[in-house]
Ligand binder design. Structure first.
Ligand code: AKG
Ligand code: FE2
Length: 343
């Protein structure tokens, strides 16, 4: 049966010359919501989607044998167009009738269209998605000190900025349960933020910064990953500024480098302010997946307070590349590589 043509909305109203990558501030991104909020039910023939989901939803924990069906490929392409070359951000609405496992399957299958699954999860979880949920032991038994396991604020950051063995190109987060109060996702345009900074600050942010690793908090040895916060890059013929940053981990990584400290901290504070100026809140609701270009756009979330009987739960996926599999170490980490054709 031929597929219905994707029903794109505002995208068709913008002429090609308007389509500049990552050219928004917060209010502009909001105004373009019809372009980057994608409703799977209006994009895909219902019976085909339904039969794929009912056949494979129980496979989401071991998705190696799941291949993105033709009926979903164009949704994957639409998400890639948006995330890699247009807004850098997209939300996929999976629909009210979708079960949590069906939404997880969609997240993995569509996420793997961006690259390999390089999500790091605690082995004991036996699942390919990282559960972002406020837990009693926010270190996940000492394995991870990330903010996602607490209800506090984080600050605009990119994921994987302190991890040396992989590039995280795409981040996606599925909302299984929103918080009772707060917890809204936030995105900031790191490209526009950079352009708003004075040249001395830009120069400072182009120098290598050591970063604390979320899997080895407190380590101060020479093994820390060191990389510039901004560096020029090119992808698919488009030039952009590769952004890699976590406010706390970069500051902790500076340690006692007194020579650098004053100028570096001044630049980091200016960067944080600039990211705020180019940011937008996204109120992710149940069964919605936020896709973020992790090399160009920063993300954050508001502090939250849980309903004790139904705690906030987001599930995180990373697509990207492993840099050197011989040093991935960490017996507690599980890595699931996707086997989806066409990556
Ligand atoms: O809890 C969230 O919404 C996001 C958490 C996050 O960005 C992280 O842990 O890296
Ligand atoms: Fe994050």
């Amino acid at each position: 049966m031929p597929l219905p043509a994707p029903r794109s909305s505002a995208r068709t109203e913008r002429s090609p010359s308007d389509l500049q990558a990552f050219d928004w501030d917060g209010p502009q991104l909001q105004a373009r919501a019809a372009e980057w909020i994608v409703d799977i039910e209006s994009e895909t023939a219902h019976p085909q989607l339904q039969s794929f989901l009912s056949q494979y939803s129980s496979h989401w924990k071991n998705p190696l044998d799941v291949v993105c069906p033709e009926s979903l490929k164009h949704v994957g392409r639409r998400l890639q167009d948006l995330v890699l070359g247009q807004t850098g951000v997209a939300v996929l609405k999976c629909g009210a009738k979708c079960s949590a496992d069906e939404a997880r399957l969609l997240q993995i299958v569509l996420g793997c269209e961006f690259g390999c699954n390089v999500t790091v999860t605690p082995n004991g979880d036996h699942r390919p998605l990282f559960a972002l949920e406020a837990v009693q032991d926010p270190t996940a038994n000492g394995r991870y000190s990330g903010n996602g396991l607490r209800g506090n604020t984080i600050g605009f950051h990119t994921d994987g900025s302190g991890i040396a063995d992989r590039n995280v190109d795409l981040l996606s987060m599925l909302c299984v349960r929103p918080a009772r109060f707060g917890g809204q996702s936030r995105v900031a345009n790191a490209q526009m933020a950079y352009k708003s900074l004075p040249p001395t600050t830009r120069d400072e942010l182009a120098k290598p910064f050591p970063r604390e690793s979320p899997f080895a908090p407190g380590a101060t040895d020479a093994g820390l990953k060191s990389a510039p916060i901004y560096c020029e890059a090119e992808r698919n013929g488009a030039r952009y500024l590769h952004f890699s940053y976590h406010p706390q981990r970069v500051r902790n990584g500076l340690g006692h480098d007194m020579e650098r400290l004053e100028a570096a901290l001044k630049s980091l504070n200016m960067l944080d302010e600039a990211l705020e100026r180019f940011s937008c809140d996204i109120n992710l609701m149940r069964n919605e997946i936020l896709f973020v270009n992790n090399a160009a756009i920063a993300h954050d979330r508001r502090a939250f307070i849980d309903d004790p009987l139904a705690t906030r739960l987001l599930e995180r996926f990373w697509a990207g590349t492993l840099i050197n599999t011989s040093v991935t170490g960490g017996r507690d980490d599980q890595r699931t590589l996707c086997a989806v054709a066409g990556n």
